[in-house]
Design a protein around this ligand. Sequence first.
Ligand code: SUG
Length: 446
Amino acid sequence: MTAVEANFDGIIGPTHNYGGLSFGNMASDRNRGAVSAPRAAVLEGLKKAKQLAEAGLVQGVLPPQERPDTGFLRRAGFAGTDVQIIEAAAKSAPGLLRNVYSASPMWAANAATVSPSADTSDGRLHLTPANLVTTLHRSIEGPATQHALSRIFAGDRFAVHPPLPPQSTFADEGAANHVRLCADHGGPGVEIFVYGREASENWTGQFPARQSREACEAVARVHGLDPERCVFIRQGQAAIDAGAFHNDVVCVGTLKTLFFHELAFEDKAGAMAAIRAAAEGLFDPVFVEVPENEVPIGDAISSYLFNSQLLAMPGADRLMLNAPMETQETASTQSYCTRMTTGNGPIGTVNYVDVRQSMRNGGGPACLRLRVVLTPDELSAVNSSCLLTDNIYASLCGWAEQHYREALSVDDLADPALMQESRQALDALTGLLNLGPDFYPFQRRQ
Ligand code: SUG
């Protein structure tokens, strides 16, 4: 067996809600204040993961983080018991409460940037958690992500780094702005880093550019990547303005294929030339560009055509796009997909999946997973309870049925019972995933 590209999906947490917290993310904005369905959400995500595991791909899961993060509220000056803190924040700072209740760690593509051992100078697999400094609710995630990744990818084969310094110069959103192309997963690849702005410039865009060039360069250095095999590309301003708050909203790639929207990059020709040059001697990249006159950028973003998983399925000679249902429901993307799969390009199948609960917060199938290329030895060193088997899937579904609410409104966050329920759920989860009884901060305080 050679190296595989495993997908680790973020388990959607019990406090999944529509807080409207992400400026520049159209879906988050549109659904602010809507009633969410946490139980349906987690089951949708698990079902997507299970489908791929059943088809023969290596599929893992990443645990939710502790929410509400009462430690964060304490640092912001709230005091007393955790129940008192929730009650006081609900009264005097409801906006802040929404931030510490967000289940945003579900979007595992923002958990970290990952470089396979075939690309790194020390032959280890490197992971750098994203600092997510652009949004308040997500800036809480980095240290807990580092902790979780260290438990799951433990041992000498893995290097789990701390997040980059938490400052706008190093604004980093992880794998959502990173694509790796290669001839085969186990061989050396080209790592493509996409940034929205340079730290030194005066950013005047309508929406934030969440990834800085400096962050991309720092991650490449931290991982010990060969500079000749790295490409740094600027995201298209038009794409950010239209709501592409991460590059993976307009671009996805795997093996030799890069699938992207015409407006994804500021200098498309330069980007393609740079990728070709970095791949020289390894492979010839295959570009599948979707023109604006076939799929307008607005449709690409509302349907999330590109926020799909592009997968080499066992036994298939062409790639599969695991796309959100919304792509099938949008006329331009649906007909594009039909034309694409009946043609003879590298993408031969589109499978539509229902992750509507996550989609309403701007998270499609690709947002929900972190890709980790693993050699057989590395795979055997991963915490095996976090790999999705039939048994783990069944236990996780039973666990969700038992612990998750059917519906959750933003007003419900004021109820301290939700905190207690979430802790019970997470406490039970650490047993199922073999994460240890001291995994979450509330468990360490008990
Ligand atoms: O960071 N939404 C997430 C969606 C992340 C999607 N990830 C990728 N494209 N890889 C974000 O904007 C909304 C939360 C709220 O509004 O309640 C949110 O955080």
